[in-house]
Design a protein around this ligand. Structure first.
Ligand SMILES: Nc1ncnc2c1ncn2[C@@H]1O[C@H](COP(=O)(O)OP(=O)(O)OP(=O)(O)O)[C@@H](O)[C@H]1O
Length: 220
């Protein structure tokens, strides 16, 4: 039996005065990949942002069963141009800069090393992030989120700009992380092939409503 990390009950999602999603209920489970799908503009990103507003103050409608610092969001867009000079390993360590010490502890360094290994970035850890390929950049964003050891990881169209090989490679890394850590991953995507191959659940949003399906052949 998978453990719930988030429950959503009878939630309405609106922008300004316009209702995007009406009376939405679903659960997100640890150890599983929950895909969030729907046409452009149905409100997938707005839904995720509405959920994240409650990570510190759960309500009956949006109830997180994990601590706020155990929830990580990797947004759809980042402004990282070709001249961005920070080394990949330093970029990944930015998530740990909230600690009290101005330097990284041995255990933090070990965590960074481990995450770089899992995301297959070790070989290029000293390269500037700006010079990395699209797929390597996405893996660096993922690594930055993973270094805090999240129990719920939300990925917003992380594979959208990648070629097929890089998309599959990234999802294999994500599924591997789910298996190793038991984390829950919510993955906004338009890619039916990735959903069918890697997804456990599909939260499909259409006509202002959302429905959760089990994906046949899912891993959970
Ligand atoms: N802050 C805002 N103010 C007003 N309208 C907004 C705001 N944010 C989003 N919208 C509108 O809400 C709708 C849903 O946007 P959203 O980005 O959530 O869709 P999406 O399903 O994630 O789309 P896509 O698949 O194209 O990324 C769109 O019509 C968008 O223009």
């Amino acid at each position: 039996m998978k453990s719930k990390v988030l429950t959503v009950q009878h939630l309405d999602v609106a922008v300004e005065d316009r209702i995007l999603i009406n009376d939405l209920s679903f659960n997100v489970y640890g150890g599983a990949l929950t895909c969030v799908t729907g046409e452009n503009g149905v409100g997938k990103t707005t839904l995720v942002k509405a959920l994240l507003k409650h990570k510190r103050n759960s309500t009956k409608q949006v109830h997180f069963l994990v601590r706020p610092d155990q929830v990580q969001y990797v947004p759809q867009f980042r402004n990282v141009d070709d001249d961005y000079p920070l080394k990949i390993k330093d970029f990944v360590s930015l998530s740990l800069q909230n600690s009290f010490l101005p330097w990284l502890t041995k255990s933090e360094k070990d965590r960074i090393e481990n995450v770089l290994k899992i995301t297959k970035l070790t070989e290029i850890e000293n390269e500037p992030l700006g010079r990395a390929s699209g797929g390597q950049k996405q893996r660096a964003y993922l690594a930055q989120a993973l270094v805090t050891d999240p129990k719920l990881l939300i990925l917003d169209e992380t594979t959208a700009s990648l070629d097929k090989q890089s998309r599959v490679y990234l999802l294999q890394v994500v599924v591997d992380i789910i298996k190793r850590t038991g984390a829950a991953v919510m993955f906004i995507t338009h890619d039916p092939e990735l959903i069918n191959r890697f997804g456990d659940y599909d939260l499909e949003i259409a006509n202002h409503h959302g429905e959760m399906h089990r994906v046949k052949g899912g891993q959970a």
